[in-house]
Design a protein around this ligand. Structure first.
Ligand code: ATP
Ligand code: MG
Ligand code: MG
Ligand code: MG
Length: 562
């Protein structure tokens, strides 16, 4: 590709609105531009990387007999109503109406659509198992789109769905997908860990997240320094003691915190990731303590993930900014509480309510009451164990270490939630109708590209792993006014292309310094500079990752870069 006309608008300065490396570099390297908050245009350089990642994904999935299809992005509301997720998804689901006033959503995930297709398409155990996937743009109206491609509102996902007659069959495909994921992320050049995850709202039980290790990651991973144990901290924090009963199905847990602390600190002590929303509701005011219900909810607050009773001796007022955030989520919190059977019965404006969420301690200011019909008695609970770095691990081996991670993929055993609620059944050997057992498996393609950059960069720019680099070689003419240099460059460009190399050819009438800077910034694995020694047939070869450089005669070039 000739760079003179290639759409590659690089930037000298670090954009002020980009906080993390991958976001800054993707903007600076002319890979993308923001079109709306969380919505990006992928320029040609990014498109090439995306295509490489997608190709790896396709290869590894087809190797385990997964079949590619394309499901629509426009989903009729009726499908989502069948599973109840039309209501449950809350604000994350982007909804729209057609010209006849019918409700639709833009697909954030495709369990409903694929289940509706399989419901009508299979019917017999003889056709099972089935594993299908697609690579497609997904839409989620994320509360806080940020960090560029790491959390977009429109992003590319590979999503796969498997259908089975038996638990064993589901397990087999689940394992095969898990292993395919390991190969995919290894080939993409990522350092990652598979961690035990919280199945949260999906209703599944067996699930792992694949985490690219990176400081900017929103999740905290607790892992053992000597064994393979690794868990998302939200999972690690609630692991019950061995042989302790009655914890997992009991949503109400109790944690007593006696030190003076803010609610945010309390949540931190409980090791909840800050990406989760934590809200409190005071339920009792004693003389020397306030009893609060601490709610952990997903980003949208439409699903309460766990409820903890918290005894607090002294409470601080939150910062203005935190109050602002609390104010923004009130409506969601109310309906979430309602679903849990807790009704806010005080007649309060949102403003008053956020005053409460400031946790001001005087009785007069408590305007929330919990519906007395709600039975708050706790029959059995586990004291929440807070896992710290250096603790023994849950599997009995080694000690716990913490790391930050970016969720790049997840594998899920869904069971029969979707097939039950949507009536998707097949006939077994005995002619009996059974619901399909399902698995679902996601990879954030665009997020993976950003994660790769997070892990592969230096102060000068991106350092692409060969497997996903937009081009194999970056060919530079250092002085485009010099005829010999231009002539040699043109010859090399033609012959390298001829022998199958993907070459970006910097034929711009720019100074050498500018070209070198851009080459480092956009990070192709090998740079071939045609300069002063063109006359003798020598070019300078430089390896981006190591900085190693050497002069090579053009006759030896093919062999050297092989
Ligand atoms: P997160 O916890 O980060 O919100 P998720 O668990 O909601 O992600 P899944 O439903 O598991 O996401 O979707 C499959 C994959 O899609 C994720 O593992 C992630 O890599 C990617 N993904 C999810 N949300 C986004 C987003 N807003 N922007 C980019 N990629 C995303
Ligand atoms: Mg999410
Ligand atoms: Mg997640
Ligand atoms: Mg996930």
């Amino acid at each position: 590709m000739r760079q003179k006309t290639f759409l590659l608008p690089t930037l000298r300065d670090v954009p002020s609105d980009a906080d993390v490396k991958s976001h800054q570099l993707m903007l600076r390297a002319g890979m993308m531009r923001q079109t709306a908050a969380g919505v990006y245009t992928y320029l040609p350089l990014a498109k090439r990387v995306i295509a490489k990642v997608e190709a790896i994904v396709r290869e590894e999935l087809e190797a385990i007999e997964a079949q590619e299809l394309t499901l629509p992005s426009l989903h009729p509301a009726e499908l989502w109503q069948e599973t109840g997720r039309w209501d449950k998804m809350g604000g994350e689901l982007i909804r729209l109406k057609d010209r006849h006033g019918r409700d639709f959503a833009l697909g954030p995930t495709h369990e409903e659509v694929i289940t509706s297709i399989i419901r009508d398409a299979i019917g017999s155990y003889k056709k099972l198992p089935l594993n299908v996937f697609q690579i497609q743009t997904k839409f989620r109206d994320e509360r806080r789109p940020r960090f560029g491609l790491l959390r977009g509102r429109e992003f590319i996902m590979k999503d796969a769905y498997s259908f089975h007659g038996t638990e064993e069959s589901l397990d087999e495909t689940y394992q095969a997908m898990y292993q395919a994921y390991e190969r995919i992320f290894t080939r993409a050049g990522l350092t990652f860990r598979a961690v035990i995850a919280d199945s949260g709202a999906m209703g599944g039980k067996d699930t792992f997240e694949f985490m690219a290790l990176a400081e900017v990651g929103e999740d905290t991973i607790a892992y053992s320094d000597t064994s393979t144990y690794a868990a998302n901290i939200e999972m690690a924090a609630v692991l019950p003691e061995e042989n302790e009963e009655a914890t997992s199905s009991e949503p109400l847990q109790k944690a007593t915190v006696t030190a003076a602390l803010t609610i945010k600190e309390a949540a931190q002590q409980l090791e909840w990731p800050l990406s989760h929303t934590v809200r409190t509701v005071p339920v009792k005011l004693n003389d020397d303590e306030i009893v609060l219900l601490l709610l952990r909810a997903d980003h949208e607050l439409n699903e309460v993930k766990s409820i903890h009773e918290l005894h607090v001796k002294s409470v601080s007022v939150l910062s203005e900014q935190e109050v602002e955030q609390a104010f923004n989520v009130e409506a969601g919190l109310l309906s979430a509480l309602d679903q849990e059977g807790i009704r806010i019965i005080a007649d309060q404006s949102l403003k008053g309510l956020s005053g409460i969420l400031m946790n001001t301690a005087t009785k007069d200011e408590v305007a929330i009451q919990v519906d007395p019909a709600r039975d708050l008695k706790i029959d059995s609970y586990a004291d929440l164990r807070t896992i710290q770095e250096g603790d023994a691990s849950p599997d009995g081996e080694g000690t716990i270490q913490f790391a930050r991670g970016i969720e790049i993929g997840q594998v899920f055993k869904l069971g029969t939630f979707y097939s039950d609620s949507m009536g998707a059944t097949f006939l077994d050997q005995n002619g009996r109708a059974n619901p399909y057992k399902m698995g679902c498996y996601g990879i954030g393609i665009s997020r993976t590209v950003a994660a790769i950059i997070e892990q592969h960069n230096d102060e000068n720019g991106i350092i692409w792993p060969v497997s996903v680099a937009p081009f194999d070689l970056h060919l530079l003419t250092l002085n485009s006014k010099n005829e010999e240099q231009v002539e040699l460059s043109e010859q090399l460009y033609a012959s390298l292309k001829q022998s199958g190399w993907d070459v970006l050819y910097d034929d711009r009438p720019e100074r050498a310094g500018v070209k070198f800077k851009d080459a480092d910034l956009i990070g192709m694995p090998i740079r071939v500079a045609v300069g002063k020694r063109a006359q003798e047939g020598f070019v300078e070869l430089k390896v981006r990752s190591t900085g190693e450089s050497l002069d090579v005669h053009v006759d030896d070039l093919a062999e050297t870069i092989q």
